[in-house]
Design a protein around this ligand. Structure first.
Ligand SMILES: [Zn+2]
Length: 262
């Protein structure tokens, strides 16, 4: 651990899910603090924000987002209007820095395209009302996101988390002011076109993330992921772009603070 670079950002992780994988979160957070890491613990459901705010209050470098992912429209879920009420109440009780993750997922087919879009649009409205950036989850929904981005403007610069979309969507997202955040899959051998795309993204629009406990980067693939694996993503990303690690750390930190402050 002595070699862990300082000041790394992890723009997207899920601490409660990491804990559920049997990893002790407090020692992990202490290590993050010792290395001046900073990042966002991301909401998945309407009612997880207040609990996370209490649980991680001692760690001010852990920012929080709140939002309902597309899984919120699954069959058997609480009605969406009640979920949205809960989210609004918890946003009032806490200091969330962003709305998310929210989005569209055609891989798992939660609900229907229409119900997913309805939930997403309601939360984009909330983000506008509260002047917060949005964190988009896009799984196999490039076409819908293209239509959405073309149809409106966004008052804050949001982010496409774990970007795996096309070059066309990347260009449109950048044009619309978004950041693109890359995760462990960037380091996977099979993802050559993602790696090529990554080298073309303007430096000031890049964010990096683990999405832990999911998507461990090489060489940690197959094990539960944690924010400490950011090191592997940073080193790989710096090599890809042919820049010094310290310069990438500086750039992403500056991008992240612009994301937070708008
Ligand atoms: Zn996530």
């Amino acid at each position: 651990m002595q070699t862990l670079p300082h000041h790394m950002i992890d723009s997207h992780f899920h601490l409660l899910s990491i804990e559920q994988k049997g990893i002790e979160v407090d020692p992990l957070l202490n290590t993050m603090q010792e290395h001046f890491m900073e990042g966002i613990d991301i909401g998945l459901e309407a009612d997880d924000l207040t609990a996370r705010a209490k649980r991680f209050a001692a760690y001010p470098f852990v920012h929080l987002s709140g939002g309902i992912g597309p899984w919120g429209v699954k069959e058997g879920e609480i009605p969406v209007d009640i979920q949205l009420e809960t989210l609004l109440k918890q946003l009032d009780e806490t200091n969330a820095v962003a709305i998310g993750e929210v989005g569209l997922d055609n891989h798992w087919d939660y609900g229907t395209k229409t119900t997913q879009e309805g939930l997403l649009l309601s939360q984009i409205e909330i983000s506008e009302q509260r002047n917060l950036p949005v964190i988009f989850h896009n799984r196999e929904a490039d076409e819908q996101f293209t239509t959405l981005l073309r149809s409106r403007g966004f008052s804050r610069q949001g982010v496409f988390h774990c970007f795996q979309g096309s070059e066309e969507l990347a260009k449109l997202a950048i044009h619309k002011g978004f950041y693109l955040s890359f995760a462990g899959p960037l380091t996977y051998k099979a993802n050559k076109s993602m790696q090529e795309l990554f080298t073309t993204i303007p430096a000031e629009r890049i964010l990096l993330e683990t999405d832990s406990p999911y998507l461990s980067p090489n060489p940690m693939r197959g094990r539960p992921n944690t924010p400490l694996n950011m090191e592997h993503i940073y080193r790989f990303a710096a090599d890809l772009r042919g820049i010094e690690l310290t310069d990438l750390v500086e750039q992403v930190k500056s991008n992240f603070h612009s994301f937070l402050t708008g």
